[in-house]
Design a protein around this ligand. Structure first.
Ligand SMILES: Nc1ncnc2c1ncn2[C@@H]1O[C@H](COP(=O)(O)OP(=O)(O)OP(=O)(O)O)[C@@H](O)[C@H]1O
Length: 231
């Protein structure tokens, strides 16, 4: 469903991803893991078309996206929750969600009702400005905004950063539910091991811009954790 082959990625003259190859199966839950600065966000931005690929190939849902731009991602069923949420602070919760509807592959004027079943607080806060929400509420809004597009693949970059434990649990439950009930593919950059183990079926461990170990989550041994994740 997502195939990267021999991808290099650079910021100016600085190479960040090196000959990176990765397969992510349809309907799976995958965690991309690794210490700070190893290139996890760069990998997600590459998948999202936010950074043009300097060499290598990227296929998503059977579409060659090696040259495709970020605007094409919603059309092929990819939703993205960036690190730091990036909601619009001056717009209301409703406006933040409606903005997304314009990019939807199935244009609709109304926000799907199931969004509010997943995140009831957003219904309560519908007319509040995004900037007035708590961090946890903003994260729910960021996830909801991606779900408005009805994606087949949901990509999240550290959704639990700075979020209180009860919202972390809610996000975990929502991701598991979307995967189980809708077959949604979940791709998650996650540094916190308990969350990664609870949500991920598969892991890819990165180091210095390369994937150095991959497998089923139960194969993520203490030895690998000690070597590549512990600080
Ligand atoms: N816009 C940029 N311009 C130049 N270098 C960048 C840019 N963004 C990231 N980098 C560098 O690229 C490397 C990989 O960064 P990246 O954010 O992908 O890592 P990460 O594994 O996601 O880290 P973190 O867990 O801290 O978010 C780092 O050395 C970082 O300083």
């Amino acid at each position: 469903m997502i195939e990267l082959k021999s991808v290099d990625q650079k910021y100016g003259g600085t190479q960040i991803l090196w000959d990176l190859s990765l397969d992510i199966k349809q309907g799976s839950r995958t965690c991309i893991m690794g210490r700070n600065g190893v290139g996890k966000t760069t990998l997600l931005k590459t998948i999202m078309g936010l950074l043009p690929i300097s060499s290598g190939s990227l296929v998503i849902n059977g579409h060659d996206m090696s040259k495709g731009s970020v605007e094409k991602r919603p059309e092929i069923g990819v939703g993205y929750v960036p690190q730091g949420r990036h909601i619009f602070p001056q717009l209301t919760v409703e406006e933040n969600l409606k903005i997304s509807l314009n990019c939807s592959r199935q244009p609709s004027k109304s926000i799907p009702k199931h969004i509010f079943k997943l995140f009831p607080v957003l219904q309560e806060m519908l007319h509040r400005r995004g900037g007035d929400l708590s961090g946890g509420q903003q994260q729910q809004l960021a996830i909801a905004r991606a779900l408005v597009l009805n994606p087949d693949i949901l990509i999240l970059d550290e959704p639990n950063e700075g979020i209180q434990p009860n919202i972390v649990q809610l996000i975990r439950d929502v991701l598991l539910k979307l995967n189980k009930e809708q077959g949604m593919t979940i791709i998650l950059v996650e540094q916190k091991l308990p969350f990664a183990r609870a949500v991920g079926e598969y892991f890819h461990l990165m180091e210095k811009g390369q994937v150095i170990a991959s497998g089923e989550m139960q194969e993520l041994t203490d030895q690998l954790v000690g070597k590549y994740l512990a600080v």
